[in-house]
Design a protein around this ligand. Sequence first.
Ligand code: PMP
Length: 382
Amino acid sequence: MIYLDNSATTRPWRSVLDTYIKVSESYFGNPSSLHPLGGEADKLLDQSRAQTASLLGVNKKDIIFTSGATEANNLAVKGAAEARKHQGSHIITTSVEHPSVLEAAAALEQKGWEVTRLSPDKNGEISPEQVEEALRMDTVLVSCMHVNNETGSILPVEKIGECLKKHPKVLFHVDYVQGIGKVPLSMTESRIDLLTISGHKFHCVKGTGVLAVRRGRLEPLFHGGTQENRLRAGTENTAGAAALAKAMRLLLDGSREAAGRMRSLNLLLEEKLSEWKGVEINSPKNRAPHILNFSVAGIKPETVVQALAQKEIYISTTSACSSKQGSGSRVLQAMPLPKERSETALRISLSEETTREDIDAFLLAWEEIYETTARKGKQYEI
Ligand code: PMP
């Protein structure tokens, strides 16, 4: 199997699964229980929190373990807006965010908040000037992703943070889900208040994520116990937290070399795919090392995905979250690229484990599929 859909999810690392199983078996106590089993689980949770915090460059108390990035993004956007409703009712985000930010903002809009959605340029980038211009007296939150999950575009969140230094009342949230381990971002050096990551995007188990809350009061999404600094009620996922801390450490330990390897493979893919008639690269030159998005005029992308799958090679059309909606890529349309190009887009996403052999095998399969698909006349009606 050649797995090239790592932006959708990654294969968990064996040692991370070992940690998850060991903790589930040996530290199954409820961290809130007063007996020693609870105490041990609580200590382990605390250790995982400390490790995660130190890898992100924040304090232990800033780490809120969640079920993943969708929950973390909802907590950041809705939680910050609700806690600041007496201060203002304006939010700034971008039109290329993940649905977990866009839909959270849309839900607030229904309740009376005003939302400005900044549009990217043809490289998928948003400039700090656009943010500056959109700021108002009643703005309470800016939410902007770091690396786009469909194109790999890198948004200048450090510079946006710089420009927000003049606006201390505005909270700044960054969705770092696709950037972690691929494109370095220092929370210590940037003015970022809230940061989201998701374990299953870096070889951890699903159902694990973090919202780092460096500054600002948030309203919890749901009510119950006092866990996670009163921001996330419910019995903690001790095994998930330990696995996440471990996966993150392994990821960041090897990230520099891995990013270099992924970049070379990504450039090789770009070079080879560009040789084919009708192929257009949608990702910008300055992109994250693991994502390459391209369109193929005249060939249905679903046909390519299925034909590759028959050879046990897995890539995707758009993002996993929107690929079943069938209306073309919302992100590419926002850039804006022509509709037909957004409807014929394919995404290859690499991981720390992708090898040169994987890419060579993909290119060989691609050649065969391209030729047979085009010859059979399976033309896409555009
Ligand atoms: N943000 C981005 C940029 C993503 O790529 C994803 C996953 N596709 C999410 C948020 C949501 O992550 P999760 O699956 O952990 O809810």
